[in-house]
Design a protein around this ligand. Structure first.
Ligand code: HEC
Length: 151
């Protein structure tokens, strides 16, 4: 019996075609699984205890503590909040922190070096050291803008 070459070639063709198709489909299935992570702003959630008090602890409390704290401002844990919010500053007509109004808060003016324009006096804080970073000042500004909560 003679094989019919037509059938043989046809089968080979199908195998080749199947190989091409599977090869093709496997490459076309290559998925892009990279997910882009979007950094969320912490603007909505500044916490006094975590974010703000930590800045004071690291940069201010070395001077601003105890009964003889400069300008009567004790910034230590459990003292800072009650000495800042809705408390009049010694050096200016402004409140140290006026909830919702960072521009009218003497604390922020002292950190920016604008205390003279705000009717105050003395040096930019922290005294005798480089100013706080823009990120730190922005945190304090956001905390005041969101109502200076004791959170
Ligand atoms: C090396 C000591 C020292 C450090 C550190 C320091 N201060 Fe002061 N601070 C002073 C002195 C002294 C005064 C009063 C004289 C002046 O204003 O220049 C003062 C005054 C102030 C006042 C004015 C208070 C008022 O009622 O008028 C504010 C607000 C203040 N500091 C905030 C801060 C903050 C916030 C930090 C930290 C980021 C800080 N200080 C770090 C010494 C310091």
């Amino acid at each position: 019996m003679k094989r019919k070459p037509g059938i043989f070639l046809c089968g080979l063709g199908i195998l080749l075609a199947a190989g091409l198709i599977t090869g093709c489909s496997s490459t076309s299935n290559t998925s892009t699984s990279a997910t882009s992570s979007i950094t969320t702003s912490s603007a909505s959630g500044v916490l006094f205890a975590n974010d703000i008090q930590t800045i004071f602890n690291l940069n201010c409390v070395i001077c601003h503590q105890g009964a003889n704290a400069p300008a009567g401002l004790n910034l230590a844990v459990n003292s800072a909040y009650k000495n800042l919010v809705n408390v009049k500053s010694n050096e200016s007509p402004l409140m140290r922190v006026s909830p919702g109004a960072p521009d009218k808060s003497y604390l922020l003016n002292k950190l920016l070096g604008t205390q003279g324009n705000a009717g105050g006096s003395g040096a930019q804080m922290p005294y005798g050291a480089p100013p706080l970073s823009q990120a730190q000042i922005t945190l304090i500004q956001q905390w005041i803008s969101q109502g200076a909560p004791n959170n």
